[in-house]
Design a protein around this ligand. Structure first.
Ligand SMILES: NC(=O)c1ccc[n+]([C@@H]2O[C@H](COP(=O)([O-])OP(=O)(O)OC[C@H]3O[C@@H](n4cnc5c(N)ncnc54)[C@H](O)[C@@H]3O)[C@@H](O)[C@H]2O)c1
Length: 295
């Protein structure tokens, strides 16, 4: 049983909207804070669309959809979140912006409230000081798309209390998700293993081991992965993969995490994957075909 009653979500972008949706659907009154009315409306629309799709697919009933929407509020004023028991931060991946949010929140939040960051690549401890509550600060790392992905990494720092970790763990279970425990080291569990795997695929392509399609097919049919590494890279976003690998490389100084030159060239060329219409595959045609990379 979770002792969390109310949830505040900072940032209503891709991840924040998903997190707010699952929180509201699990019965938690949830307030989303965005920086403008327009972005509040955008977050609401994306949640409404996602819930409608879920009803269409028979995964959510009409009554559950309505109940979830009733649990949601979208605000621009931070003060409207002051009675939250748990704050989940999903603002842009920028330490300065995040720490500004934590410092402001610390001024209005209840003493016992937990602060959780959804960061993918920053260390949680780098935010603990600004939060003013290092024992009640941890990471809750959700995966995209949040409503569909079962896993949440519960990340403890060297200062997180056992009580905080336990409360966060129970909250994740109350969402119907599967929590795993991870230490506050760059990449946590999943990216620590996934990033070198995706980078290896690019290195294999540059070494002419096989084509994009054959490497994807190899890992799908030979290792049972639902999608190959290039399809996955296009889905994650090449800029995101590049940024995470750079941060991990800086942290570990290990060439396993070094972004290959081809990845950097593609980011510079604006080939960011699905979101830009072109990455390792060209999505302007149906079905997508392999992009020409001049290899
Ligand atoms: N995209 C992913 O696959 C993924 C997966 C796991 C974790 N994350 C992490 O989640 C976080 C958010 O990523 P995203 O992909 O949702 O980004 P996004 O750009 O879609 O959303 C970020 C939102 O934060 C808002 N914002 C900025 N400053 C704010 C503030 N002070 N208060 C409230 N809102 C503010 C922006 O207006 C924007 O809508 C990042 O830390 C990222 O590393 C992303």
């Amino acid at each position: 049983m979770s002792d969390i009653r109310k949830v505040g979500v900072l940032g209503g972008g891709l991840m924040g909207s998903g997190i707010a949706q699952v929180s509201a659907a699990a019965g938690f009154p949830t307030v989303v804070r965005e920086v403008s009315e327009q972005l509040c409306a955008k977050s609401r629309q994306s949640i409404e669309k996602s819930l409608a799709k879920s009803v269409e697919r028979g995964k959510t009933t009409e009554a559950e959809r309505e109940a979830a929407l009733k649990n949601l509020r979208f605000v621009t004023a931070l003060d409207d979140l002051s009675d939250s028991d748990l704050f989940i931060e999903a603002v842009v991946e920028d330490l300065e912006v995040k720490n500004k949010v934590w410092a402001e929140l610390n001024g209005i939040a209840k003493t016992e409230a937990i602060f959780a960051s959804n960061t993918s690549s920053l260390t949680i401890i780098a935010m603990a000081a600004a939060s003013g509550r290092p024992d009640r600060m941890l990471g809750l790392h959700f995966f995209n798309p949040v409503p569909a992905m079962k896993l949440v990494e519960v990340v403890r720092t060297i200062t997180t209390s056992e009580e905080t970790e336990r409360r966060a763990f129970q909250f994740v279970q109350a969402l119907g998700k599967e929590p795993i425990r991870a230490k506050d080291s760059s990449g946590f569990v999943v990216n620590l293993l996934l990033i070198p795997y995706m980078l290896d695929a690019i290195n294999a392509l540059e070494s002419n081991v096989a084509s994009v399609e054959d490497i994807d097919k190899g890992m799908q049919l030979g290792a049972g992965h639902p999608m190959g590494p290039f399809t996955l890279l296009d889905f994650v976003g090449l800029d995101t993969a590049y940024k995470i690998s750079e941060i991990m490389f800086t942290e570990y100084r290990d060439k396993r995490y070094a972004p290959p030159p081809l990845l950097k060239r593609m980011v510079l060329a604006g080939m960011l994957g699905k979101k830009s219409g072109k990455g390792f595959y060209d999505y302007s045609v149906n079905p997508p075909r392999v992009s020409s990379l001049g290899l």
